[in-house]
Design a protein around this ligand. Structure first.
Ligand SMILES: Cc1cc2nc3c(=O)[nH]c(=O)nc-3n(C[C@H](O)[C@H](O)[C@H](O)COP(=O)(O)OP(=O)(O)OC[C@H]3O[C@@H](n4cnc5c(N)ncnc54)[C@H](O)[C@@H]3O)c2cc1C
Length: 386
């Protein structure tokens, strides 16, 4: 078992780390204050990142992506976690693996332009009455002589304002769900209001409305009725990256801030880092961050080796997101009143961290799925020698 990073991995991490420090970190405070990233700035960071080969690193090189393994993707995604959601999206691209279900004409119309950054694509599953119970979606696609007609609505769709197209989960039969590639420019498509969030400022989260949206036959992604299977098969890597690895990166960033502050801040004539209760918060945080990172990388290794990692992804989703919540809560505590004050970045990290336990399946849903799997399969979930 070799845990050492090779030369290429070190170079990649260094490049991403430097890009974030030099190009993205300086933008974070203004994006949060203005709740927006200016289009010209978005374009500039996209072009710089693209020229360094850092866009869509997770996607196969045959479609123009970085062609990274799952392990290497997670190493980069951990670094992405050090910065804000909207800056990651514009600089590195949140390209969903679900698009890998594209076939034939779909590759040139949707997959390649999204991987190149020419188009942005968002994932639209959630509806006001179908959140955790995604199988209850009411959006319906009806077959016609010329393709399909889409009716219904979605909400909380991340990056919807910037997106040119959406992967939409819709009902195609009583018990049948399918995915569709839906262009924003189509007649009958309406972008609803931006639903303001506690954190992730600068990223938009919108309602979508479909009113008799005509879809060509080519808009069906994968086979009819395979919508849920595609999501289950292809969203795992995204979940591991966007939640697991980014949570580790975000927590590591917070720990760095806490440690620096604990050394600098003096009370009772000493650095607060000399007080054992502060030390415990630092020590617990470093233990939990390193445990979560090992699980992220182990799960990515399983994926690279063709093993079924679905349960592990659920374990990582819960562990990393809850670890981040605890670390950032301690972070605010170590900073005292300054941790609650908007003048310092720690307050923003606290707000941005909360959603990690909710989106991409809540902690409760992942625990429920893990428990079911454990009751069914037993030892293979915790005894890696079986
Ligand atoms: C900032 C943000 C970005 C998002 N981005 C997207 C996006 O891009 N695309 C998209 O499709 N969706 C997106 N979502 C939606 C997100 O995935 C859902 O909010 C999430 O899946 C939870 O669904 P819900 O909000 O309807 O909560 P509900 O499903 O109503 O859950 C409410 C509570 O009940 C609990 N609960 C529900 N069922 C059970 C159960 N069986 N057992 C125990 N507890 C249960 C939940 O864990 C939760 O605590 C986003 C949401 C937010 C807030």
């Amino acid at each position: 078992m070799d845990f050492a990073l090779n030369h290429t991995q070190k170079m990649l991490i260094d490049t991403v780390r430097r890009f974030i420090a030099e190009e993205l970190k300086p933008l974070e405070a203004s994006v949060d204050a203005e709740n927006a990233l200016a289009p010209e700035t978005a374009r500039a960071i996209f072009e710089k990142s693209k020229s360094l080969g850092l866009y869509a690193l997770n996607m196969p090189d045959e479609f123009g992506g970085g062609g990274l393994s799952a392990v290497d993707t997670m190493l980069c995604e951990e670094q992405f976690g050090h910065t804000s959601d909207i800056l990651i999206r514009r600089a590195f691209g949140d390209v969903f693996d679900a698009l890998l279900a594209c076939k034939g004409e779909q590759i040139d119309r949707w997959l390649k332009p999204v991987v190149s950054g020419e188009r942005v694509c968002a994932l639209a599953i959630t509806e006001p009455s179908a959140g955790s119970d995604a199988r209850a979606v009411k959006t319906r696609a009806r077959r016609t002589d010329s393709g399909w007609v889409l009716n219904g609505s979605k909400h909380f769709i991340s990056d919807a304002e910037c997106s040119d197209c959406f992967v939409v989960l819709a009902r195609t039969g009583e018990k049948e769900l399918s995915l569709f590639l839906v262009d924003k420019a189509l007649p009958g498509f309406t972008l609803g209001k931006n639903q303001e969030m506690m954190g992730l400022r600068g990223t938009t989260h919108n309602e979508l409305f479909f009113d008799d949206v005509p879809l060509e036959p080519v808009a069906l992604l994968g086979e009819q009725g395979d919508g849920f299977k595609i999501i289950a098969d292809l969203l795992g890597r995204v979940r591991l990256a966007f939640i697991g690895a980014r949570a580790v990166g975000k927590a590591a960033q917070v720990l760095e801030m806490m440690t620096e502050y604990a050394n600098d801040r003096k009370q009772f004539g000493k650095s607060i880092g000399e007080f054992q209760m502060i030390q415990q918060m630092l020590a617990d945080s470093v233990i939990e961050i390193n445990s979560a990172r090992l699980m992220v990388l182990h799960t990515a290794w399983m994926m690279d080796n063709g093993l079924d990692a679905r349960d592990w992804i659920s374990m990582v989703k819960v562990q990393s997101s809850e670890m981040l919540g605890r670390v950032v809560d301690r972070g605010v505590q170590v900073f005292g009143g300054s941790g609650f004050c908007k003048d310092l970045a720690i307050e923003r990290y606290y707000r941005d961290a909360r959603i990690f336990r909710i989106f991409d399946g809540t902690s409760e849903i992942h625990r429920m799925s893990l428990a079911k799997s454990l009751l069914r399969n037993g030892a293979p979930l915790y005894d890696i020698h079986r």
